[in-house]
Design a binder for this molecule. Structure first.
Ligand code: HBI
Ligand code: FE
Length: 293
């Protein structure tokens, strides 16, 4: 999962990896994964596959089925890229872990998804700070099979480079966080997960959909840009889109005037609810209240 990612990047831990190449890519080294590492993948994969029917959105399930992904082994990025590139023009490239923002955005802008080469340890099944191969591949790659998500994440890469120059990356990163990583979508048979941070996490899949604690609020761009997010725990609020095409519209919005408006508004805490929010579920906040005391 990619909790604490911004913190880790800010504090320079990402620099602990010395890049072999300027774009920080590395060989996946698929032959070097050990039996233990494949077994960790199998545990995670099996657990998530049982949980996700009726919880993940239809597009995730379809993407998953069309990819060379299975329980038995950590997938080979070349085989994934063969299928993915034919569908949406994206490739999966290996990186050692977190990479600097501008490197990350440059990959996305060019339809390369940087995926962590390593897998979490057996004692970190539910929580880790850097995005590993399970989060990046199981969580993100099925969604990249969908043309709308494929365009949206590329637009985030382009927008990220621009937002960095404008000094407004914080607002844009919140949009990414509350959509690509932690988004929910309304589908015919109910609320479903499309966010990769949720879909790759057993406990957050249950929490985001079924727990009484979090708010579930209709997605609104400016509202989301003002809202801080939690990097070290479950989200206090999930934002809900009506369908994935809503993201396509977002990819074409001119963010510059919006950044200016948002800069004049107060920031919101992760759990805040506003009088003009469209609230689907008002959370009782019990989970985070208990954590704080
Ligand atoms: N690097 N590998 C990797 N994966 C990410 O999701 C990532 C990153 N570097 C920076 C970053 N994300 C975020 O800080 C930006 O989305 C803002
Ligand atoms: Fe991620």
């Amino acid at each position: 999962m990619q909790r604490q990612l911004n913190e880790v990047v800010k504090h320079g831990l990402a620099a602990a990896h010395t890049p072999e190449r300027a774009d920080w890519t590395t060989d996946q080294g698929w032959d070097r994964y050990t039996a233990e590492e494949h077994a960790i993948w199998k545990t995670l994969y099996t657990r998530q596959s049982k949980l996700l029917p009726g919880r993940a959105c239809d597009e995730f399930v379809q993407g998953m089925q069309a990819l060379p992904l299975g329980a038995e082994s950590i997938p080979d990025f070349r085989r994934l890229s063969d299928v993915l590139s034919k569908r949406t023009g994206w490739q999966v490239v290996a990186v050692p872990g977190l990479v600097p923002d501008e490197v990350f955005f440059d990959h996305l802008a060019n339809r390369r998804f940087p995926a962590g080469q390593f897998i979490r340890r057996a004692d970190q099944l539910d929580y880790l700070e850097e995005p590993d191969v399970f989060h990046d591949v199981f969580g993100h790659v099925p969604m990249l099979m969908h043309p709308v998500i494929a365009d949206y994440i590329q637009a985030y890469g382009v927008g990220g480079l621009r937002a960095q120059r404008l000094g407004v990356l914080t607002s844009l990163a919140r949009v990414y966080w509350y959509t690509v990583e932690f988004g929910l979508v309304e589908q015919k048979r109910g609320l479903r997960i499309y966010g990769s941070g949720i879909v790759s996490s057993y406990s957050e899949s249950l929490f985001a959909l079924e727990n009484r604690s979090p708010n579930r609020i209709r997605f609104n761009l400016e509202r989301v840009m003002r809202t801080q997010y939690r990097i070290d725990d479950f989200q206090e609020t999930y934002f809900v889109i009506r369908n994935l095409d809503e993201l396509l519209e977002l990819a074409h919005v001119d963010f510059a005037p919006i950044y200016e408006r948002v800069a004049r508004l107060t920031e919101l805490e992760p759990g805040d609810v506003l009088s003009d929010d469209t609230v689907l579920t008002r959370g009782d906040r019990s989970y985070h209240a208990a954590r704080r005391s």
